[in-house]
Design a protein around this ligand. Sequence first.
Ligand code: ADP
Ligand code: MG
Length: 703
Amino acid sequence: MSNAVNVEEIFAKNVFTIEKMKEYLPDDVFNEVMTIRSEGGELPLKTADIVANAMKDWAVSKGATHFTHWFQPLTGITAEKHDAFIKHPDEEGRCLLEFSGKELIKGESDASSFPSGGLRATFEARGYTAWDMSSPAFLKEDAIGIILCIPTAFCSYKGEALDMKTPLLRSMEAVNTQALRLLRLFGNNTSKKVIPSVGAEQEYFLVDRKNYLRREDLIFAGRTLFGSPAPKGQELDDHYYGTIQERIGAFMHDLNIELWKLGVTAKTQHNEVAPAQHELAPIYEIANIAMDHNQLIMEVMKKVAIRHDMACLLHEKPFAGVNGSGKHNNWSLTTDDGINLLDPGDSPNENLQFLLVLSCLIKAVDKHADLLRQSASCVGNDERLGGNEAPPCIISVFLGEQLEDIVNQIVEFGEASNLKGNTTFKTGVSALPDFEIDATDRNRTSPFAFTGNKFEFRSVGSSDSIGSPNIAINTIAAEAFCEACDVIENAADKKEAIHNVITENFTKHQRIIFSGDGYSEGWRKEAEKRGLKSINTMVDAIATLSDEKTVQLFEKFQIFTKAELESRAEILYETYAKTINIEARTMIDMASRQIVPAVATYSGRLANTVNEMIQAGVTPVVQMGLLNDVNKELTNLDTALAALKMAMDNVKDIKNEKELAEFFKDTIVPKMKRLRVPVDNLERIVDKRVWPLPTYADLMFEV
Ligand code: ADP
Ligand code: MG
């Protein structure tokens, strides 16, 4: 068949893998690189020169012309600036190619146009990018040519993090150190490293590009700002896991190939709940690479969609009335020798270790629920979280019936003596049970669910970087492990101390555990009784970053300084304000220049018909009724449009980032919603032939 693929042959074809490094580097240099890669430290310049040269030889042999430091500034997406390998021609006019060690390990760029939240004064506009050696270099093949990309971290002149990568790497280090301490308590002296692994499932929509290009809201905001529901939505559940259409299949086929070439383990593909919605899940991998790969997945999705004359929408809520998109962030901790800390295990010792880890994570999530909520917030996610299609804004942990029962018993009796279900009970150390995990109950409404041997954080938005959530999870886990180890390491009877810490963690933080229906009104009330907060918007969540306990957490593990946190908060307020500003302006533009004129033309035509009919001696009952309805809605539209415009005039007077974000949230967003109502009403009564925009039916069913 023509589209047969040899996956083994193409996989990681465009990646400078360890295997290729070995082939291109002298043995001693290769070994040196591998040591630094796993143990940390800086590559000496002499070694870097050799590595860079090898990388260049490999890249050039594949047809590459440029290299770039590929980084993830606080825009949520990636950035790159290409440099050709060519150097100054020699005396005979020959052009030679060059890539030095200095260029590989460190890049210096004028970074004044990236968000810094006031961290970097313009007179110190330089930013540095530094190679993240644990993430391999790769080649991007585009119309622009083939570019060698070096995954890098991005810092200010003084070393403050200006990106997602730097704090993520710091948080991985923190959780590694603390988790190793915890493992040592159980007599494990062999594991050298604990690695957070992440598998991020990516949801997305595909629409026809011609339709996409006819809607300013999709172009500028990535979502529809107007639109009446199509006659058919997702009510028949016929799209979820449905047969994949040819056109979508062709897209998925190409997408997989592109991703496999980049070493991304695209694994699962299926249709999602909403019409035109799909999902791709890669196999989990070390958190920083998972983050790089998730960025690549999003980028390649958009690119391949264009090739297929479609547009890929990554927004959390492209269409009102049907499900939006998220990014389930599956997280676990594994040692270099293959022990999963979230695996309950078989022996009493493993059980006990698992329960300690679990109790620490329960404590961590309860203590820092607001930080987790914040880490999964982005502008688009405000439209989705809490909307009975995604986890509620209240953070809670799902454990499943059996595990929850064990926790209850430990809390009540200080031990667990019997197990729910059919599994057998064996008494373990310190009267804690050996048990099998029940992974059958998969509650899709829970924000933070234990699913067998990992936690699944389901609140993350589809367009967002997975940096923030994983920085938060790694760091809060590190803190809870650290606090447990501080107590246990100093105790005379360690087993007893472990037992006590488990009991204390579960007892104090049991309130965060909830295995019921997270969408129900009952849970909202119950959560309130338990003192669990519901933080309903991104703007409300930002304040968490300056909370004393958040600052202490991040400073203790040297992830962020107070100044770095403040700068991040400022950037988030700014991002919110700018995004809503664009959305509001897009609405004003579409309403004023497309919808009002179309409706005016239509009502004019109706009025003419009415007059003509009266002249002809007929009573135009239907036409008059329609004309009145159209006119009424057009008047409502005009009033709502005027109100939005007037409110937008006040924006320029607000100088403080936080106040501005709040103004957009409290004043502009409600006015945008109000403007949408008459427009959507009009869409339902105005002649489709004069309606200026492709409808939901066109967008979701014409692919
Ligand atoms: P579902 O949609 O049923 O939750 P998927 O197969 O779509 O499951 O996605 C599950 C994701 O979780 C995949 O990316 C998978 O690689 C990842 N995953 C599986 N085991 C682990 C683990 N131990 N740690 C982290 N991620 C994991
Ligand atoms: Mg899935």
